[in-house]
Ligand binder design. Structure first.
Ligand code: ADP
Length: 492
């Protein structure tokens, strides 16, 4: 006879040695690895030692019988699949053995092929059971994973079934629609979602009866926030409609940023419009002909050049502003503060001389290393120092100070200039904001310098403060941490 291949570990339990040995031979000839036990006690010992694929066990044995062994196997949840053998087979004993966990039974006397057949069946069962258990386990794990992911998502997720019941509403969605802390059981759509607009968007799909359930989206205001809502149909592989899933993405900040960008662009255009128009006008005058004297022409060209200089400054400030904002290319290194202060002073010497303003510098010797982008620090101090000179009075003074404070460096730029009216202080740092006063007429500026300072300080997690008395002067103080702490909130 053609022996099938049995690649398995088998425990044979029989007190009749001749029968046990006979079965062993048969099974081993099929390739099985067989271990013998002479009674129930021995069988339990072997089962404790290791796992077997199949156990073939005689029901009637001295000391511990087969039924008791089956019971213990079931109690301890062992994975072995049992086939019982008995000479006294009756349907009741077989049923009883199966009730106690046996998979099959084999009445004595039996042919070798019957034994092989039973063992093969038991093995198949074991493999199928293992497979099923594994896929159940996988299914369970992936379900739990999926649930955890959905729960933790920053976007809101709402699932509605065909009966109009909300079956899933993750915490982000609950917060967006203002529904309790969480949803534990299916609840009617009207109860969970109060916004008729959002209900309509989700319900449209639920109630569609023409079999066509297209995905759709819309922008919806929920409380003070605006959400981009996308609704998708849920269908089986046979296109049976099961409900909808809605994903809610909060776009409030995005829209705000978009609006701010447009406003900013409008302001830039506005700032460039008048100097450009002026330059255009001057050029037209010159082009019109030789009616002006060379002095007049020189005067026009000079004014043209001043306006162009203003525009160049605006473009420079715009570049610095964009630098202080999105900063993927910061070159962080220990910056020699004294050197940078000296550079800023040098840069402003001509301006100070023109305005008859005296600068003094005090840089402490014990400054901690300042990890920053050198250009950022230069730009920040240069804006403060040039302001303190520009908005000063002839014969006035500017004091520039750098000293150690806590885990960082404290910079102070103090002047004896025009000062700033108290009502203007909260607006300093607003893009294009300029204080309007008669004494400031003729002072060139873009209204961007302090925005750059403010954003840079925020990006470095530093602190900025202003004290000012109109008519007496202003003190701008900036503290920067010694260590670079990563990008902070620009514009804060
Ligand atoms: P600007 O290019 O106009 O100087 P800033 O953003 O640097 O723009 O400053 C905004 C406004 O704050 C200025 O128009 C000026 O009126 C006021 N300001 C800034 N620094 C000083 C200062 N040290 N003293 C007096 N006023 C100042």
């Amino acid at each position: 006879m053609d022996r099938p291949e049995i690649n398995a570990d088998i425990l044979l339990v029989d007190d009749e040695v001749a029968i046990a040995k006979g079965m062993q031979r048969v099974l081993e000839s099929c390739g099985a690895r067989v271990v013998l036990a002479m009674d129930g006690c021995q069988a339990l010992e072997k089962l404790e030692e290791r796992d077997f694929d199949v156990m073939v066990i005689d029901l009637v044995m001295p000391s511990l019988g087969g039924m008791e062994v089956l019971e213990r196997v079931a109690e301890e949840g062992l994975r072995v699949v049992s086939v019982v053998i008995t000479a006294h087979v009756s349907l009741e004993t077989a049923v009883e053995a199966m009730r106690r966990g046996a998979f099959d039974y084999l009445p004595k006397p039996f042919e070798p092929r019957e034994l092989i057949l039973r063992v093969e069946r038991a093995l198949n069962y074991r493999r199928l059971r293992d497979q099923a258990e594994n896929s159940l386990l996988e299914l369970n794990t992936s379900r739990t994973q999926l649930r955890t992911i959905v729960e933790a998502m920053g976007d809101g997720v709402i699932v509605v079934n065909v009966d109009g019941l909300v079956v899933l509403c993750n915490p982000a969605a609950c917060a967006a629609v203002g529904y309790g802390p969480s949803l534990h059981e299916p609840r009617p759509l009207e109860e969970v979602i109060r916004s008729p607009e959002l209900r309509r968007l989700i319900q449209l799909d639920v109630s569609s009866e023409d079999g066509c359930h297209a995905a759709q989206s819309g922008q919806i205001q929920l409380g003070s926030d605006i959400y981009m809502v996308q609704v998708f149909p849920i269908e089986t592989s046979q296109a049976k409609f099961l409900g909808t899933v809605a994903v809610l993405h909060n776009v409030t900040d995005l829209l705000k940023a978009e609006r701010a960008k447009l406003k900013f662009m409008a302001k830039v255009a506005h700032e460039l419009k008048s100097p450009l128009a002026a330059v255009q006008g001057f050029l037209k005058v010159i082009l019109r002909g030789p009616q002006q004297s060379p002095e007049q022409q020189r005067d026009i060209v000079l004014r043209c050049s001043e306006r162009v200089e203003g525009m160049v400054q605006l473009v420079r400030d715009l570049l610095d502003l964009s630098r202080s904002e999105a900063l993927p290319r910061r070159n962080i290194e220990p910056v020699p503060v004294a050197e940078v202060v000296a550079e800023v002073v040098e840069m402003n010497e001509a301006l100070a001389a023109d305005n008859a303003v005296r600068m003094t510098v005090e840089v402490a010797d014990d400054l901690p290393p300042l990890y920053a982008d050198r250009e950022d620090l230069f730009c920040l101090l240069n804006n403060l120092v040039s302001n303190s000179i520009k908005y000063n009075l002839p014969g006035g003074a500017v004091r520039i100070e750098a000293r150690r404070e806590g885990e960082g460096v404290q910079f102070v730029v103090a002047d004896t200039g025009l000062g700033i009216p108290p009502e203007a202080i909260p607006r300093l740092g607003e893009e294009f904001f300029r204080v309007q006063s008669p004494e400031r007429r003729g002072i060139v500026g873009t209204g961007l310098g302090l925005s750059i300072v403010k954003r840079t300080v925020a990006a470095y997690h530093g602190r900025l403060s202003v004290e000012s008395t109109p008519g007496q002067g202003s003190v701008f103080s900036v503290w920067l941490p010694s260590e670079f702490q990563g990008e902070g909130a620009g514009g804060a």
